[in-house]
Design a protein. Structure first.
Length: 178
């Protein structure tokens, strides 16, 4: 019984990522005049698609600052912006957010809070603004294997197959290209 309590969340996560149901998404909205207050990259984009909760009043931090000092930001609401390097190819339940398109640029995994929303599976290559909380997490070997099957890469993988990663739990995401 105790084993079932431990395995149930892992099974549910695997099923959510692999199910064929349509993910919950907010409808894409065109950038408005309010976009002039946003960073220049966003203002140049013609469409900003929004997923999850609308972005709130979390302080905006440079992704580089957050990745350099994750303990300073862990557990606190924060908003960051970056390049989507990879995204879950099964359901869009995670994406990898990097400082730039450079493959060597520092990055962190972004997961959608409570699997309550997803981003498009073709989000790689887009720019993103994300609001949520950051944590440093140990990922169990089974979950590492599952995520690698969806295109994930793990820089800090242990010999036992587990991995440590910076994980950003997003309440809301905005994506754009251009």
């Amino acid at each position: 019984m105790e084993r079932l309590k431990i395995l149930a969340p892992v099974i549910l996560l695997a099923l959510a990522c692999r199910s064929g149901s349509e993910p919950t998404r907010a409808k894409p909205e065109a950038a408005s005049a309010a976009a002039t207050a946003e960073p220049a990259a966003t203002a140049a984009a013609t469409n900003v698609s929004k997923y999850g909760a609308p972005l709130g009043a979390a302080p905006t931090e440079a992704l580089a600052s957050v990745l350099t000092a994750p303990d300073k930001f862990a557990g606190h609401p924060v908003r960051v912006e970056g390049h989507v390097r990879r995204a879950c190819t099964a359901m869009g339940c995670w994406m990898e957010l990097a400082e730039s398109a450079d493959a060597a640029a520092p990055a962190c995994r972004v997961i959608m809070k409570d699997h309550s929303f997803f981003v498009p599976t073709d989000s790689a290559g887009a720019s993103a603004r994300v609001e949520g909380t950051l944590s440093v997490r140990r990922i169990e070997p089974g979950q590492v294997t599952h995520m690698e099957g969806e295109g994930a890469k793990f820089e800090r993988k242990a010999p036992d197959g587990s991995a440590e990663e910076l994980r950003f739990v997003a309440n809301g995401v905005e994506l754009w290209r251009g």
